[in-house]
Design a binder for this molecule. Sequence first.
Ligand SMILES: Nc1ncnc2c1ncn2[C@@H]1O[C@H](COP(=O)(O)OP(=O)(O)OP(=O)(O)O)[C@@H](O)[C@H]1O
Ligand SMILES: [Mg+2]
Length: 315
Amino acid sequence: MSFMQINDLKVYYPIRGGFFNTVVDQVTAVDGISLEFEKGKAYGLVGESGCGKSTTGKSIIGLEKITSGSIVYEGQNVTHNRRGRGSSYNRDIQMIFQDAHSSLNPRKRVQDIIAEPIRNFLNLSPDEEKRRINELLAIVGMNEDAKLKYPHEFSGGQKQRIGIARAIACNPKLIIADEPVSALDLSVQAQVLNFMKDIQQEFGLSYLFISHDLGVVKHMCDHISIMYKGRFVESGNRQDIYTNPQHIYTKRLLSAIPDVNPVGREERKKERIEVEANYTANHKNYYDENGKVFDLKKLSTTHFVAMSAHEKGGI
Ligand SMILES: Nc1ncnc2c1ncn2[C@@H]1O[C@H](COP(=O)(O)OP(=O)(O)OP(=O)(O)O)[C@@H](O)[C@H]1O
Ligand SMILES: [Mg+2]
């Protein structure tokens, strides 16, 4: 059973202009997506730059206004009161931001950064708070001397860990992790990802894992949604997406994953050319006359794809 449902979420940004700074147009950042979260599962959100991934994350957590659609958390419609002070939604849903550096207040010491959600949501005595901060630093593998330092004194990977410590401070149910490792070296990436997996198992956390890297998502996620221009083109479990992709956009993303293994490189090149030819030839099966993605249709209990109805079975 899912504990949270996102239904037909739409987020439009107004474009203002003219002498009176009125709204002249809008950017359709998220255009009708639905998601469900189950306890202890990781969900991936993948797509090219600008397709609406961060906007999805930020609107779920309450940093962006929702144009239409609803968010239901533990049976309650929370769409319009996501940021209520002291609300359980606010405590249980946390976010790790795309840019670790600017998400940490440079004027605050690490102990105050991590203590922020604790002070907001848990009524701890100063001693208990100190113990909790030490415990959190230990969970993310950092030394206790870190407490008195400022964010700029840490490396990228360490800053990301501080962000993680802050996100898990109040035992959240869901963490939205927006490209948590894309700014890091490969070796540090693996370290942070493995660590995120460990705490997921330990605390039964759910993740919405946002990334443009299908390799990282494969490592982390049980269920994956592929996003294009604010809509889902395909969604399914690891098997569905990686061994049985149906939408041409998913196939293009998969064929674009760089391959370090020289064996089979020629075949992959051939495959890429085939995918491109299919894209050009069958464009109308995947996008309508305005270039918009179709609605998702069910292929199996886990696998959904956005293709025109009459073509779905034939490919
Ligand atoms: N505050 C804003 N005002 C107006 N338009 C915005 C705003 N934030 C994002 N957008 C637009 O919304 C769309 C989606 O942006 P978003 O940041 O969600 O993309 P993204 O998928 O996270 O991309 P990236 O992979 O580069 O982080 C883009 O076209 C962007 O230009
Ligand atoms: Mg983003």
